[in-house]
Design a protein around this ligand. Structure first.
Ligand SMILES: Cc1cn([C@H]2C[C@H](O)[C@@H](COP(=O)(O)OP(=O)(O)OP(=O)(O)O)O2)c(=O)[nH]c1=O
Length: 222
């Protein structure tokens, strides 16, 4: 187990939970930034900029050398960015537009060490095919409250709504924290002791990941 001290620059309960799987010592700090898109920015540029911005938010009590991790997740449908729904009507429109189609989920990661200028970045793009759910199912899912704090208005991990029928990429990335990509990013830091996040991720998700090995050798996948 690594002995480094980590900060998760995030309010996301999913990211907190996923990082807690690793058994590391970490604290969360809010990373409140303006998440609106800039004119002329494509989805990849957008998500990378937001992850970077979250990572650079100052944490008053962080000490030099401590590691700050931030991420941003967006859903992209035909080049349009779907962030979190602003209200239930918006959630309905998003879920309706995603039904019976394939879209991309992009998570950008940003990692820095306090006191050092460099920020390490990674992006992870997955394809998700949604099932052909009915309007009544969308309405029931919205009533559950689950969509409102999720990009695209859904959680792939929601067992009741189970929105996805097909998937290619990194499941953990769609949930907000691609752990193999995190591990390979952390390995670029001088004093990081390698850990086997791939094993932990697969165990926690109960999922035999077909891309782990390729991610860990540095392929631009998932
Ligand atoms: C698509 C999808 C998103 N999500 C979540 C992950 C993220 O928490 C959220 C995307 O919003 P983000 O803006 O990436 O993150 P956040 O606002 O929740 O947290 P913070 O910025 O403080 O780190 O959507 C799922 O949990 N499952 C999914 O299938």
């Amino acid at each position: 187990m690594t002995t480094a001290k980590f900060w998760l620059a995030s309010n996301s309960p999913r990211r907190r939970e996923m990082l807690s799987w690793l058994g590391w010592s970490f604290q969360s700090a809010p990373a409140n930034i303006d998440e609106s898109a800039l004119g002329g920015e494509n989805p990849l540029e957008h998500v990378k900029r937001l992850a970077l911005g979250k990572c650079q938010v100052k944490i008053d009590t962080a000490q030099p050398g401590e590691i700050v991790i931030a991420a941003d997740t967006i859903v992209v449908l035909e080049n349009a960015i779907l962030g979190k729904p602003v209200d239930e009507k918006d959630a309905f429109v998003m879920l309706k537009s995603l039904g019976d189609r394939t879209h991309q989920v992009i998570t950008a990661l940003a990692v820095r060490q306090v006191g050092l200028p460099d920020v390490q970045q990674e992006t992870c793009i997955s394809n998700v095919r949604m099932r052909n759910y009915s309007d009544a199912e969308i309405e029931a899912y919205i009533r559950s409250g689950d969509p409102m704090d999720k990009a695209g208005g859904y959680a792939i991990q929601n067992a009741q709504f189970h929105p996805a029928v097909n998937f290619a990429g990194c499941f953990a990335s769609v949930m907000g924290m691609p752990l193999c990509h995190l591990e390979r990013t952390l390995r670029r830091l001088a004093d990081y002791q390698p850990a086997d996040l791939a094993v932990i991720c697969q165990k926690k998700l109960n999922y035999a990941c077909p891309i782990t090995r390729r991610v860990m050798i540095g392929e631009n996948i998932g």
